[in-house]
Design a binder for this molecule. Structure first.
Ligand SMILES: NC(=O)c1ccc[n+]([C@@H]2O[C@H](COP(=O)([O-])OP(=O)(O)OC[C@H]3O[C@@H](n4cnc5c(N)ncnc54)[C@H](O)[C@@H]3O)[C@@H](O)[C@H]2O)c1
Length: 373
């Protein structure tokens, strides 16, 4: 085993506290945090407090962190409008880059992100789209690749819930409530759902979107209804509703209808379920408990690429492709017509597997249970 990667954190807010640190702290063989930067002294003190990283390793200005020789790679986790500039600074400073999604604020910044692949070919860049690494989604993808439902013809996916600011939750951050990026919550959270859709249905070639502004607590559309045509010929519908008022419990599941079966992804974060119903009526349900939504696996992919070379699954191009569908939906909503998309050059999202492992979940946290009925 080589030495752990010396990681600098730029931005130590909610995503680091709730998502990245719980994974990082389990991986001392792969990562050691040697420095962190946050413009907020309170936030820096909070991070030092729960992580145990020496407060003397804090910088207010991320450029001071980037000047350090004991930082090989950085995790950039700052508000969306700041991602691009800090990502560029990190690459120019010679660091490998794990950068939060999305790839910028709009189509122009997504193009600028994509240019990194040409400008900095010797650096590892991973855009943190954790859904590419989520166990239940990868399991569903493996079933689809094995032909479990025959040919997919229809996808139906709905996400509806209340979203109002609550202290300590993502939706309380001021930069989310007055978003300086196109589409607001649909770019911030919606790209994850689109990642799931692209993992399981492939690339979309036509998009028709419509939006509503029905939540006075966020300065962005609250509702998005999206019809999709996929390169495979399948069709699909995605509905997202971030309601101001409480909504009754909803399944919020994704259903994939095929010529030989139906696959349903359902369940809350603490218990994800993938249920296959075959044409003969038999079913199989796989339950995933205590998985971390892919953050640990994402960090594994990044570490492997830094140490051993080789491509990552969460490339800039893959995240930009997710973002492109959200932006096309917004274009469609504004123009009132269907927007055509070219399929991505690399033909969809590859299925990530742990390096050197036989199974899909080897070495990853969480419990998996397979029931046959
Ligand atoms: N992958 C996911 O599931 C997921 C979930 C939530 C957030 N995110 C992403 O993570 C990023 C951060 O989101 P968050 O919820 O943690 O926001 P946040 O506001 O809680 O945290 C951002 C932190 O960045 C700091 N900061 C601001 N400007 C800075 C600068 N110039 N230099 C250093 N630090 C600076 C802030 O002080 C704050 O501590 C966003 O890009 C968001 O899209 C991803």
């Amino acid at each position: 085993m080589s030495d752990p990667i010396r990681l600098g954190l730029i931005g130590t807010g909610l995503a680091v506290e709730k998502l990245h640190w719980p994974a990082l702290r389990q991986m001392p063989d792969r990562y050691v945090v040697t420095a962190f930067a946050d413009t907020s002294p309170e936030q820096a003190a909070r991070f030092a407090g729960y992580s145990g990283v020496d407060p003397a390793r804090h910088h207010t200005d991320h450029r001071d962190l980037l000047a350090r020789d004991d930082v090989d790679a950085v995790l950039v986790s700052v508000p969306i409008p700041l991602l691009y500039g800090i990502a560029r600074d990190a690459l120019e400073a010679g660091k490998h880059l794990l950068c939060e999604k999305p790839t910028g604020t709009d189509a122009e910044q997504a193009e600028a992100f994509l240019a990194f692949e040409r400008e900095f070919p010797d650096r590892v860049v991973l855009i943190a789209e954790n859904y590419f690494y989520r166990d239940d989604i990868r399991h569903a993808r493996a079933l689809l690749d094995d032909g479990a439902i025959g040919k997919l013809h229809l996808m139906a996916y709905r996400r509806a819930g209340q979203m109002v600011p609550r202290a300590g939750r993502f939706n309380s951050t001021p930069w989310r409530r007055k978003p300086q990026y196109r589409g607001g919550v649909h770019l911030d959270a919606g790209v994850h759902d689109i990642a799931q859709i692209r993992m399981l249905c492939g690339d979309a070639i036509a998009v028709h979107g419509a939006v509503q502004w029905a939540n006075s607590t966020i300065d962005s559309p609250s509702d998005l209804a999206l019809n999709l045509t996929f390169a495979s010929g399948a069709i699909g519908n995605y509905t997202a509703c971030y309601s101001e008022v409480p909504v009754p419990p909803e399944p919020n599941d994704m259903r994939l209808y095929g010529t030989e079966g139906v696959l349903v992804l359902s369940g809350p974060e603490h218990e994800r379920r993938v249920t296959l119903t075959r044409a003969d009526g038999t079913t199989r349900t796989d339950v995933f408990r205590g998985i971390d939504n892919g953050y640990y696996a994402e960090l594994c992919d990044f570490a492997d690429a830094v140490r051993h070379g080789g491509p990552v699954v969460g490339t800039i191009a893959q995240s930009a492709a997710n973002m492109r569908i959200v932006l096309a939906a917004l274009d469609s909503a504004e123009q009132g017509g269907v927007v055509a998309l070219d399929p991505t050059a690399d033909g969809g999202v590859p299925l990530w597997r742990p390096r050197g492992a036989e199974g899909l979940f080897d070495g990853l946290p969480g419990e998996r249970e397979c029931s046959k009925e």
